[in-house]
Ligand binder design. Sequence first.
Ligand code: GLU
Length: 299
Amino acid sequence: MPHSPIIGRFAPTPSGPLHFGSLVTALASYCHAKSQQGQWLIRIEDVDTPRVVEGSVDQILDDLEFFGFEWDGEILYQSDQFERYQVGLRQLLDQGYAYACECSRRTLRTAKAKPGPLGLIYPGTCRNKRLGQASHSVRINTESIGTLSYQDQLYGDVEINIPEAVGDFVIARADGIFAYHLAVVLDDELQNLNQIVRGADLLEATCLHLYLYRLFGFSAPDYLHIPLVRNARGDKLSKQTGATALDKNKASALLISALRILGQATEAGMQQANTAEIVRHAVQSWDYHRIPVPKGDIY
Ligand code: GLU
């Protein structure tokens, strides 16, 4: 059977500028797609509109260009996709896979919901209440899913018992904002993506995405999660943990550090090369098997 062309992506959230952790993810997803003669698309994940920081989209795109990345096709903005998300949400409600829920975080804490790897485990309180959707959140009924698993290209077997470890998860919030889990599945399908490279903080949440793929009747992409980049305190680099914006004056050195973190070959003298040359070299010599996977804890 002929292989379909590879289509990968980088999907930044514009809640601030790119940081070193985002550079590592961008580089890994770019090299993984381009080393297989694939396309690399950009999607701006601005579904959670109140979190969007003005000016960060331009800054992100500017940085990507400056650091030597060339994307294919049109950029997809989640904020332009709300009608499609509403159609997807309606479908899951009409088919009885999802239901409206009136529980707040406080209700869940009062109900002594237990913590799980993806947050508080929802005990199913509203599952049979038949509430209307207006000003309520919407959850997927996971009662009969059981364990879902997949083969990550780097981490191998990943599995999670969804009803026990997660419970019914939210696909639309009470304030009307669509959840990332719903948006990501509908967008990855719309953009015909067949290869997802992203941070290992989503390793387990991918099982939720796979369940949504199944409910929508879509075929799922391949996944490669990359270990998280941490700061000296051991926290994941993120805007919340104070990761700083990429310093353009050190662009070549930052790309070389990113390659080293990804276990990739770097050559003496590379520091003098410009960003486009380093990225080109990275694609040519890309070998994802060399990415070091932390032992023990999956992250
Ligand atoms: N938007 C997410 C982030 O910036 C990435 C989600 C994904 O790649 O699926 O961390």
